[in-house]
Design a protein around this ligand. Structure first.
Ligand code: AP5
Length: 210
């Protein structure tokens, strides 16, 4: 299956994508995670993206489209994949179409802005393996350490309240129009995000039909 997870920043795309990917045994491709890894390694692309990410702005389309083209050519994508955080603009969606990739389903996780702000303020991310937790909704058993690898949990720079407001504005202006784009193709399913992670997972699995 080829699935896109759409939704506001912090809607839970990454959290749900990880569960679906494990169930279907397909990779999750998160452009945000790829860019953050490049930033950590100090590559040219990572350094070029730094200012955009930290200001809550979108990285230019041509950069992200290049990342996706390269990643989708890998062997592990042959039996399907989940795109988390791509496409984020109509131009990116059109580029995906132009690559000849037929998406089976777009899962749109819908969460109101006030809830998003609460989720971002409590998000903690493992500095080593990237696992995501939440101080209230999905706490690590070990407090400040990652349950999976034991490394330190950190706060993402773009989770600062002033940056979150900008990310939400960008989402409404540039990414939300994709709902109409994929609805017109008849492949959009909306899941209303629930307070409990496992309730959203149950609705997501139902939308996917697994
Ligand atoms: P990216 O990493 O994609 O960030 P995002 O879309 O802003 O999404 P997040 O990772 O913040 O949230 P999520 O929806 O995955 O939520 P999560 O599962 O973590 O992108 C970062 C930046 O990279 C962008 O701003 C941009 O600059 C750049 N970029 C990336 N892709 C790009 C593209 N295609 N084009 C241009 N630029 C691009 O959940 C959030 C929190 O809530 C967690 O703590 C989680 O535990 C908790 N939670 C989740 N679900 C629930 C629930 N149901 N109940 C309670 N808590 C929950």
């Amino acid at each position: 299956m080829k699935i896109i997870f759409l939704g506001a920043p912090g809607a839970g795309k990454g959290t749900q994508a990880e569960k679906v990917a494990a169930h279907l045994n397909i990779p999750t491709i998160s452009t945000g995670a790829i860019i953050r890894a490049a930033l950590k390694e100090g590559t040219e692309m990572g350094l070029a993206a730094k200012a955009y990410i930290e200001a809550g702005k979108l990285v230019p389309d041509e950069v992200v489209i290049g990342i996706i083209k390269e990643r989708l050519a890998n062997d592990d994508c042959k039996n399907g994949f989940i795109l988390d955080g791509f496409p984020r603009t109509i131009a990116q969606a059109e580029a995906l179409d132009a690559m000849g990739i037929e998406i089976d389903l777009v899962v749109n996780i819908s969460v109101d802005d006030a809830t998003i702000v609460e989720r971002m303020s409590g998000r903690r991310v493992c500095a080593a393996c990237g696992a995501t937790f939440h101080t209230k909704f999905n706490p690590s058993a070990d407090g400040d350490k990652c349950d999976k690898c034991g490394a330190e949990l950190t706060i993402r720079k773009d989770d600062k309240p002033e940056v979150v407001a900008d990310r939400l504005r960008v989402y409404h202006e540039e990414t939300e129009p994709l709902e109409r784009y994929y609805d017109a193709k008849g492949i959009l399913k909306t899941v209303v995000g629930q307070e409990k992670l496992e309730d959203t997972t149950a609705l997501t699995f139902k939308a996917i039909g697994v």
